[in-house]
Design a protein around this ligand. Structure first.
Ligand SMILES: [Cu+2]
Length: 166
């Protein structure tokens, strides 16, 4: 009986190990052009991502430093490589490349890369709602809340102090 339990445990462990092993792995990004985090003089006219296995159904979106989308075309996957042509962009700063492909096992794989250009036109990034805006908008409420809190603490402490004095 104990031997049977041991064998069952070993079998269960073996199944778990195989299940989480390379057989279940899907495509992962192994390289790109431009490389993630790289610094370039001007924006590239094409980007490519190389995966650990063959991929299909590729999608690529390039966003310029101003936050506007740079037009991509001729998005294609050939074996392990996803490539897209990219329209000309003269903005200087940080670009992002968002990509999505479908692995051979049917799982979608998505990610994001960035690169920076050192020449070109300076642009202002379309501001995401900054943290200060929230504080500014709710300053009145925050002050009122603080005042109520101070008053409440005072009301709680006052009897205690009086008790200690008397
Ligand atoms: Cu997978």
């Amino acid at each position: 009986m104990p031997r049977f339990v041991l064998m069952a445990a070993v079998a269960a462990l073996a199944i778990l190990t195989v299940g989480s092993g390379p057989a279940a792995a899907h495509a992962t990004l192994v390289g790109s052009d431009p490389a993630d985090g790289s610094s370039l003089t001007t924006a590239p006219r094409a980007v490519s991502m190389t995966f650990s296995e063959n991929v299909g159904s590729g999608f690529v979106a390039v966003t310029a430093p101003s936050g506007t989308r740079v037009k991509t075309s001729n998005v294609r996957t050939v074996d392990r490589v996803l490539t897209a042509d990219v329209a000309d962009s003269d903005e200087r700063g940080r670009y992002t490349i968002a990509y999505r492909v479908v692995s051979a096992d049917g799982h979608p794989v998505a990610g994001e890369l960035t690169f920076t250009t050192t020449s070109g036109r300076d642009v202002k990034k379309a501001a995401a709602v900054p943290e200060e805006a929230f504080v500014d908008r709710h300053r009145g409420h925050l002050v009122l809340g603080l005042a109520v809190a101070v008053l409440a603490v005072g009301l709680i402490l006052a009897p205690l102090r009086r008790g200690r004095d008397g």
